[in-house]
Design a protein around this ligand. Sequence first.
Ligand SMILES: C[S@@+](CC[C@H](N)C(=O)[O-])C[C@H]1O[C@@H](n2cnc3c(N)ncnc32)[C@H](O)[C@@H]1O
Length: 223
Amino acid sequence: MSMLSKNNVRLFKRLYAVAKKPEDLPWNHDQPTHFLNEIVAARPQGGRALDMGCGSGVDSVFLAQNGWDVTSLDFMQEALTMTRRLAAGAGVRLNVYRTDITIWAGDGKFDLILDAGCLHALRLAYCNEYKQKLLNWMDPGADYVLRHAERMHLWQWRPFGPKRIPRRKIIRRFAPELVEHAFDRHIFTGVKLPWGPSFAHTTYWFKQESDSGSPWIINEDNQ
Ligand SMILES: C[S@@+](CC[C@H](N)C(=O)[O-])C[C@H]1O[C@@H](n2cnc3c(N)ncnc32)[C@H](O)[C@@H]1O
């Protein structure tokens, strides 16, 4: 059974129905998600990457351009059309599948798993299963990058839209197997979203406990 809430399915359908191009999507970005540059630099030989909820494919294409073997998943056909178009324009090949990550059976192990905007759309009840799948799909030494929504301040509360889970809870949720290696918080303003024009995005780079070393980037400038 899918663990995407009906409201979020409706919301994604509405947003993609009016988006003629990636720039029309409220989360559009033309630069790779935080920490991908560092991860790519650290593994010049590339590796296997899984982009869960690839959207228009910016991150998938970036990774493929850097020699990675990329599997890109999204449940929205429109997202995959944009991803395929971007990959064709960049002259790279991706393994693109239309699926819901909560029912996807998996496809071996990955050196990098990226979730830029998927987990916060899932039912909270699914989180433990999500973590188990994640751990099963990660090769020893693999990286996990998560982009998640966060409340901008304590009194910002809305009953719909992405879950806004605070950093301490995210860290606790993935412990002890995964340890935060780097963190970034970014405030977006002037975005046309039903839950308001500004929101905070947090990005986490997790490493496996045995491989974590000491954290080296902590950016909380935008708090
Ligand atoms: C906020 S958007 C981000 C897209 C992309 N990662 C990016 O950074 O531009 C989230 C994407 O995840 C997809 N998505 C959300 N939940 C999903 C699920 N359970 N399975 C597959 N795709 C999902 C949505 O269709 C959407 O394209």
